[in-house]
Design a protein around this ligand. Structure first.
Ligand SMILES: Cc1cc2nc3c(=O)[nH]c(=O)nc-3n(C[C@H](O)[C@H](O)[C@H](O)COP(=O)(O)O)c2cc1C
Length: 201
């Protein structure tokens, strides 16, 4: 079983379910998660998942939704305003980061290296240190600047993993779709998983 420290950022794009499933799957793998939730990420958690999914209740929410397996891991929540947090430095021990879901605003900031918030700075650190950065953008349709920002991030070394669940695994529930996206993200972060059945041809 992998025991790693991974950074997860939740921003204000639709798809909070993808974020909590990814977080739960990392905790089930005994990871320590360095977690940052932007102001609009907090709003999306509440608006899409309900009163129980506020950041202060997140540990209880994850255990209630996904079971006690999430207690095998741990997470630390950082303020997005704290540019002195360890994630802001290349000397911290996180070798991978996922921004899930990623708003077009945060995408633009990462594409242009703005580093104004902890999410933006931590992503910039991943790129400059040549570590794994997985960006899960969600928007439709997309403007040319948004498409170009994805290209800039990909050119800088990030993996663009759009929030585009597939249907060949015959999903029946929203959780099936979230499992698929979380599985894709875990794979990109370097974990093995069985969150969805592999394609057998
Ligand atoms: C309910 C709701 C849904 C949103 N969905 C999206 C979305 O899917 N994609 C996106 O790029 N922005 C979306 N936004 C807009 C972002 O939240 C907004 O641009 C915000 O400034 C992003 O800030 P952040 O990246 O710091 O979280 C949504 C906003 C709200 C309130």
């Amino acid at each position: 079983m992998d025991k790693r420290t991974v950074a997860v950022a939740i921003t204000g794009a639709s798809g909070a379910l993808y974020a909590v499933r990814t977080l739960a799957a990392l905790l089930e793998r005994e990871c320590h998660v360095e977690l940052i939730v932007t102001e609009y990420g907090r709003r999306l958690l509440h608006d899409e998942l309900g009163d129980g999914a506020t950041v202060d209740k997140l540990a209880d929410y994850l255990a209630a939704r996904y079971g006690d397996g999430v207690k095998k891991g741990s997470f630390t929540l950082y303020s997005n305003r704290d540019l002195g947090a360890k994630l802001a430095s290349g000397s911290q021990g996180c070798d991978a980061m996922a921004i899930v879901p990623c708003s077009m605003k945060t995408l633009a900031a990462v594409a242009h290296g703005l580093s104004r918030t902890l999410v933006e700075r931590a992503a910039d650190v991943m790129l400059k240190e040549r570590r794994t950065l997985v960006i899960v953008p969600r928007e439709t349709p997309m403007s040319l600047p948004q498409l170009r920002n994805m290209v800039l991030c990909a050119e800088a070394g990030a993996m663009i993993l759009p929030a585009m669940p597939a249907f060949y695994q015959m999903p029946r529930t929203l959780d099936d779709l979230a499992d698929f996206m979380a599985g894709k993200i875990l794979g990109a972060l370097g974990f093995t998983h069985r969150l969805y059945p592999s394609w057998e041809g």
